[in-house]
Ligand binder design. Structure first.
Ligand SMILES: [Zn+2]
Length: 101
């Protein structure tokens, strides 16, 4: 089993790469190291939700029974992610969020 990572914007937990170094989230389409320059993850999440939380990737399908609302809810329950995200304004160091499943 390969390690999976959680997207700090939408909570999608099947990222193949950490949410850093120009990876792109298949779910919300956030391009890390690009979209999150000048925007916080909270802002990006809000924008994504305001757009109706569309599934981004054409190459990757959403998981069966995928629910963006449940997914974001789960993300916000992860205290570590929230703390990391809210303190992520400047350095790239603190952006490297990874969770073991
Ligand atoms: Zn995402």
């Amino acid at each position: 089993m390969s390690k999976k990572y959680v997207c700090p914007v939408c909570g999608y937990d099947q990222l193949d790469e950490p949410a850093a170094s120009h990876s792109v989230c298949s779910c919300c389409g956030t391009h890390f190291g690009y979209h999150d320059i000048g925007h916080t993850w909270d802002e990006l999440r809000r924008n994504w939700l305001l757009k109706g939380a569309p599934w981004f990737s054409k190459a990757v399908s959403p998981p069966p029974g995928w629910s963006p609302v449940r997914q974001v809810g789960r993300l916000l329950e992860m205290e570590d992610i929230r703390v990391t995200a809210s303190s992520s304004s400047s350095t790239t160091e603190v952006r490297r969020v990874s969770l073991t499943a």
